[in-house]
Ligand binder design. Structure first.
Ligand code: SF4
Length: 357
């Protein structure tokens, strides 16, 4: 699949955003940032789930002062989400933050913006400009009448202009909207006009189920145009779920390196095994596998192996047993009670083969 790589590479800690075909997964903590213990715990859970960069809210000085303490305990780059207050940005930068999310046009007087830019430059810290359809500048809303993709890009260009005037170019841009069409249009227009990497998001998308569907629809449309260097799924749910959804979405587009994928049949009256339970168990198991393996779980042997030819390894239910197959060829029969364990062993073997390649 084509993926837009001609963007400026921007480093966030040791992770590069843009300038390649990777899409970096981000999420945001729910804890109060000044509660260092809770925030570190949450960040470490997110990291374990595959989150590559974590953002924390930085609404006050207590939060900004917690940053160096949090940084000591985590292994992923940390981003501070700041609105308006340049002193919080300076404190976060001083505390070793890896990126700040702030709109320079909202900081206020020019000297305040200059101070933030100078501090960020000195430490090599990038900034994300976050345009949100729900909070566009008044003059842009007056010009277009309501939030439009053109207005969102105009807002992004306005904030970018402020940073470029100060010779600052380590910029990442997001253009979030909760309306899928609006977000898609905004990102497409931005990709034509903005050389900086784009951070994807469908904001306020909803709960775990509805938000996952909406995010997949919106971000899927944007990713299918080859757009996006980093992303955050926004759900009213445990942020670990955001990471899981992001990983799965990237897998669907072949954009997740070293991740295993599950193919499972939709079930029908021919089913011979407890497929739903098995599929869930196998899905959980492969979430930890770091190899591009396709694993298939099928309810019966009638169409099973044929339907899963593209799978590397799989199992198809038969009466009282399972047929284990590799690349569509049956390799052996296993009793029903042990077939999931046998499949897991084969998955591990394949993962090891990939590792040694
Ligand atoms: Fe039905 Fe078998 Fe196909 Fe599953 S694999 S949908 S059980 S025919």
């Amino acid at each position: 699949m084509y993926h837009r790589t001609q963007t400026r590479p921007v480093k966030v800690g040791d992770i590069q955003i843009g300038g390649n075909d990777q899409v970096v997964i981000q999420s945001m903590t729910m804890s109060k940032t000044h509660d260092v213990k809770a925030t570190v715990e949450e960040i470490n859970r997110l990291t374990e789930a595959g989150c590559q960069i974590v953002r924390v809210a930085c609404p006050d000085m207590r939060a900004a002062e917690a940053i160096p303490l949090i940084k000591k305990e985590i292994t992923v780059p940390l981003v501070a989400d700041i609105h308006f207050d340049y002193r919080l940005a300076l404190k976060a930068i001083e505390g070793g933050i890896d990126k700040i999310r702030i709109n320079p046009g909202n900081i206020g007087r020019r000297e305040k913006v200059e101070q933030v830019v100078k501090a960020a430059k000195e430490r090599g810290i990038p900034m994300r400009i976050g345009v949100n359809a729900g909070s566009l500048e008044k003059r842009i809303l007056e010009k277009y009448g309501y939030p439009t993709a053109e207005g969102m890009v105009e807002s992004a260009l306005y904030h970018i202009g402020i940073l470029e005037d100060l010779d600052f170019h380590d910029i990442i841009v997001s253009l979030k909207a909760s309306d899928v069409h609006l977000a898609t249009e905004a990102y497409k227009k931005a990709a034509e006009q903005i050389q900086y990497p784009l951070h994807l998001g469908i904001t306020e998308s909803g709960t775990l189920f509805s938000g996952t569907v909406k995010s997949a629809a919106g971000m899927g449309a944007i990713l299918s145009h080859g757009i996006g260097s980093t992303m955050r799924i926004s759900l009213s749910a445990d942020p670990v779920e955001e990471v899981k959804v992001a990983r799965e979405l990237l897998k669907s587009f072949g954009l997740a390196a070293n991740a295993a994928t599950l193919i499972s049949c939709p079930t029908c009256g021919r089913i011979e095994i407890d497929l739903i339970k098995i599929a869930n168990e196998v899905e959980e198991y492969i979430s930890q596998i770091k190899a591009p393996i396709k694993v298939s779980v099928l309810g019966c042997a009638v169409n099973g192996p044929g339907e899963a030819k593209e799978a590397d390894i799989g199992i198809a239910g038969a009466r009282g047993e399972g047929l284990l197959f590799r690349h569509g060829e049956i390799i052996r029969k296993v009793p029903e009670e042990t077939m999931v364990d046998e499949l897991k062993k084969e998955i591990d073997k394949l993962a090891e083969e990939y590792r040694l390649k």
